[in-house]
Design a protein around this ligand. Structure first.
Ligand code: GLU
Length: 427
């Protein structure tokens, strides 16, 4: 395996394979993405010039169902990154028992440099380029880093134009007016909150005892910070890509969110009526935030934030990975040796794809759910999988990450075996 991200992914696979009832054939199959597509997307810019962007879509494994995974717009998007993220989606969908395989897509760019019109032409151009690679029974994209419901709406519309029929089930995370599910926008944060609650209950900890730092204040990070704040956790630090704020007595998350939406920057604020005042706080860098002396650390930004270089400085007792892949495989070992419990991305951030599944079901049945139903199903399902992963970790005396992989691998292995492997034919 040439790349570091995918090598990390495969190291975790091999570790879990020691404990899961999975044949060698199946492990071998899972080391390689099923299909990878690289496309060029020509876009007419507002000033009349033509710019060509590079995009990808990777379908990693479809043994358990059509492939599923988001599309990110980010300058770091590369084939290696998209393949690794597609690998994670395969395990995430299996870990929480969705009838999906794993996929991912992306375009290499900084979307903040494009106008809304350019962004729409780019989004539609991407679908023109990958239309035959996706479909409601084949591969179903969704939002990821720097993409949102508006972009998913354009993409679904473009796919429907190409196919000559309305096809809402091809993409999830759409605006509610275009067949999106209620509760999808906050699903990743909500799901992560349910996992934190399930684990704190197992650990016999109450919210008031726990201080929290959240790295990343995007869709998932801000949603979980808000949930934790509302439940009584003391959220002492939050950050965005520009940097973070820290107040040891706790921050008022709804006010910070309101301030950030209005001024596009981060300050510790208290807003009363229409007046906001800036509260005493320290500015921290993202690096400093990770090293704060808190109970719970939540990396909710990008991958590879905690690596062998800075893992030694982590003081938190528990890490909940809301981002995909924020901790490298080398860092895993260091954190484990320090006695830090890490709850992995493929469980913690699975709420997003779980509600994406509900959206796909609603699109196909034509019957739309109330928000209460969405949240009830999400709570029940993610709590059940969290408890099972907790049990596997204790049964095999392994980390929660390895336990989650064992859990996913058992389901994947069974499906791969039933399709026909050497073990299957020998039995
Ligand atoms: N991008 C999200 C993830 O990484 C959601 C994927 C989806 O809903 O398909 O899990």
């Amino acid at each position: 395996m040439p790349s570091t991200l995918l090598t990390d992914a495969s190291r975790r696979l091999e570790k879990a394979a020691q404990y899961a009832p999975i044949s060698e054939d199946a492990t071998e199959r899972l080391k390689f993405p099923k299909a990878s597509l690289k496309v060029a997307i020509p876009v007419r810019m507002d000033n009349g010039s033509l710019r060509v962007f590079e995009g990808y879509r990777v379908r990693y494994d479809d043994t358990r169902g059509p492939t599923k995974g988001g599309i990110r717009f980010h300058p770091n998007v590369s084939l290696d990154e998209v393949q690794s993220l597609a690998f994670w989606m395969t395990f995430k969908c299996a870990a929480v028992n969705l009838p999906f395989g794993g996929a991912k897509g992306g375009i290499t760019l900084n979307p903040k440099t494009l106008s809304k019109f350019e962004l729409e032409r780019l989004s539609r151009g991407y679908i023109d380029a990958i239309a035959s690679f996706i479909g409601p029974d084949l591969d179903i994209p969704a939002p990821d880093v720097y993409t949102n419901a508006m972009i998913m709406g354009w993409m679904m519309d473009q796919y429907s134009i190409i196919k000559g029929k309305r096809s809402p089930a091809v993409i999830t995370g759409k605006p509610v007016s275009m067949g999106g599910s209620l509760g999808r926008d906050t699903a990743t944060g909500k799901g992560a909150f349910f996992v934190v609650q399930a684990m704190m209950q197992k650990l016999d900890k109450s919210p008031e005892q726990m201080s929290v730092a959240v790295q990343g204040f995007g869709n998932a990070g801000s949603a979980i910070a808000r949930q934790l704040f509302a439940a009584g956790y003391k959220v002492v630090a939050v950050s965005d890509s520009q940097g973070g704020i820290y107040n040891r007595n706790g921050l008022h998350i709804p006010d910070i969110q309101q301030f950030k939406q209005t001024y596009h920057k981060m300050q510790a604020v208290y807003c009363r009526d229409s007046v906001c005042s800036i509260v005493d706080h320290d500015n921290v860098t993202n690096e400093e935030l990770l090293a704060l002396d808190v109970d719970i650390l939540i990396p909710a930004a990008l991958e590879n934030q905690i690596t062998a270089e800075n893992a030694h400085s982590i003081q938190a007792k528990y890490i909940f990975e809301v981002a995909n892949g924020p901790v490298s495989a080398d860092a895993d070992a260091i954190l484990e040796a320090k006695g830090i419990s890490l709850f992995p991305d493929i469980l913690v951030n699975a709420g997003g794809v779980m509600v994406s599944h509900f959206e796909w079901v609603q699109n196909r049945s034509g019957l739309y759910w109330q928000l209460e139903q969405v949240e009830k199903e999400l709570l029940e399902r993610i709590t059940k999988e969290s408890v099972t992963i907790w049990k596997i970790a204790h049964q095999h005396e392994v980390s929660f990450r390895t336990a989650a992989y064992i859990h996913a691998l058992s389901r994947l292995g069974e499906a791969l075996n039933d399709r026909g492997t050497r073990d299957y034919y020998n039995s």
